[in-house]
Design a protein around this ligand. Structure first.
Ligand code: HSE
Length: 435
């Protein structure tokens, strides 16, 4: 007899003898869930739940059933068509639905339904980084009051375990820095720019077809998606809310093939990083920007849709998490794991949360010194006047795309503001941080 069947039989015999202590009034023995939003991630969740039903039930020590899938669209050919409904009220008012999976995305309906589900005493599991980054503090507070869980492992790093390691495995540490490649779409684009030299638009279309990109890919390309993710990580690592609207965010639309080539000559690769760290005075800074990172670093080999996240703790030292950062099934893997965890904690809330921000807590990344890569059409005299002796990466005419007069070089450590002052009057074509 399988473990699940044995558990089920034992509970039924025991509930008859003892007066049903396992099953709350009005609730069947199967733990029912509802999925809100049947897009890429929601349909992946339904698929993984069906495909791995046996092992999921074993791992949760309960049977888990998808009772409803809520979406305003019709999916007549879906194998889950019989579960589809349009009205969230049905989920909200059904006491047999204990867990709601929110895979709608955005902060409109997703915010409203999440609040209503939590207030109705249901745990909520989500992959929605925009919602967690914008309203996580409030939603976790509601979950705390209602003694239910709000879990969001899939909101950062797709299928990579990162929220749970930070909030459980690494809690002995003072974490002083977290950074990484947090957006699969842009990493896929940068990787293919490097390996194929393919045009940006064509690569972006492939990323959309593969289900990596956001509904509006501007959020990927301009760095907003990575910003939401680094803010969630900063909230958890440093204990206070960091607002994605208040951090410096730069995407990859300014990265050219020339920059990719110059970075290569310097022994670096260009990657879009989200980064948050503690300064010596205890305040923190957080930002998203393209960086030149050394080819010898582990992160430089995180290519394609993969994400890599580095955490530095005072006891552990450095630790890196690597895996598929986007896509239907990797993201569903993390969502379903949260469903299992929510089932295991139906009666016990998992501690997860952070405080509100406070004035002065967040330092603008442009006020923190770093080294910079610059590509300029200004000559050696102007470069020398502004920066003194620098290590030149390229010379005029050195590279076919470089133009008749173009230099690329690395600066000493400067704040963004100091850099701006030094560059005043120069013809700056690209400027990226060096890690
Ligand atoms: N659009 C996101 C990405 C999806 O490309 O990383 C996963 O959050």
């Amino acid at each position: 007899m399988s473990y699940v069947k044995f558990t089920w039989l034992f509970k039924h015999i025991f509930s008859v003898v003892s007066g049903n202590i396992f099953t709350p009034e009005g609730v069947t023995d199967v733990v029912n869930i509802a999925i809100l939003g049947f897009g890429t991630v929601g349909s992946g969740v339904a698929e993984v739940m069906a495909e791995n039903a046996q092992s999921i039930a074993h791992n949760a020590a309960e049977e888990i059933g998808v009772r409803y899938i809520v979406d305003i669209r019709d999916f007549p050919d879906s194998p889950f068509a019989d579960k589809l409904i349009r009205d969230f009220d049905i989920v909200e008012n059904d006491p047999e639905v204990r867990i709601v999976v929110e895979t709608i995305g955005g902060v409109g309906k997703a915010y409203e339904f999440t609040k209503r589900a939590l207030l109705a005493g249901k745990s909520v599991v989500t992959s929605n980084k925009e919602l967690v980054a914008a309203h996580g503090h409030e939603l976790l507070e509601i979950a705390r009051r209602k003694n239910v869980n709000y879990l969001f492992e899939a909101s950062v790093g797709g299928g990579i375990p990162i929220i749970r390691p930070i909030t459980q495995c690494l809690t002995a540490n003072e974490i002083d820095e977290i950074y990484g490649i947090l957006n699969g779409t842009t990493n896929y684009i940068l990787t293919r720019m490097i390996t194929d030299g393919a045009p940006f638009e064509e690569i972006l279309k492939d990323a959309q077809r593969l289900g990596y990109a956001e509904a509006d890919p501007t959020a990927d390309v301009e760095g907003y998606d990575a910003a939401r993710k680094i803010c969630i990580l900063a909230d958890l690592c440093f204990g206070r809310s960091v607002d994605p609207e208040k951090i410096s965010v730069e995407g990859i639309s300014g990265v050219t093939l020339e920059d990719v080539e110059y970075a290569r000559r310097l022994g670096y690769k260009l990657k879009l990083l989200g980064r948050a760290y503690k300064l010596a005075d205890g305040r923190i800074t957080a930002y998203v920007a393209p960086h030149l990172i050394s080819k010898t670093s582990l992160l430089s080999n995180v290519d394609g849709v993969m994400n890599g996240i580095v955490v530095h703790g005072n006891a552990l030292g450095e630790c890196m998490f690597y895996g598929a950062g986007a896509g239907k099934r990797p993201t569903a893997s993390a969502v379903v794991a949260d469903v299992i965890d929510a089932v295991k904690h139906l009666k016990a809330r998992k501690y997860l949360g952070w405080e509100e921000s406070e004035p002065g807590y967040l330092v603008d990344a442009n006020d923190v010194p770093m080294r910079w890569y610059l590509r300029t059409g200004s000559g050696l005299e102007a470069i020398g006047r502004a920066f003194g002796d620098v290590r030149l990466i390229s010379y005029p005419g050195d590279y076919p795309g470089a133009g008749p007069e173009e230099y690329a070089f690395a600066t000493p450590s400067l704040t963004g503001r100091e850099l701006e002052e030094k560059c005043a009057g120069m013809d700056i074509r690209s400027r990226f941080r060096i890690l």
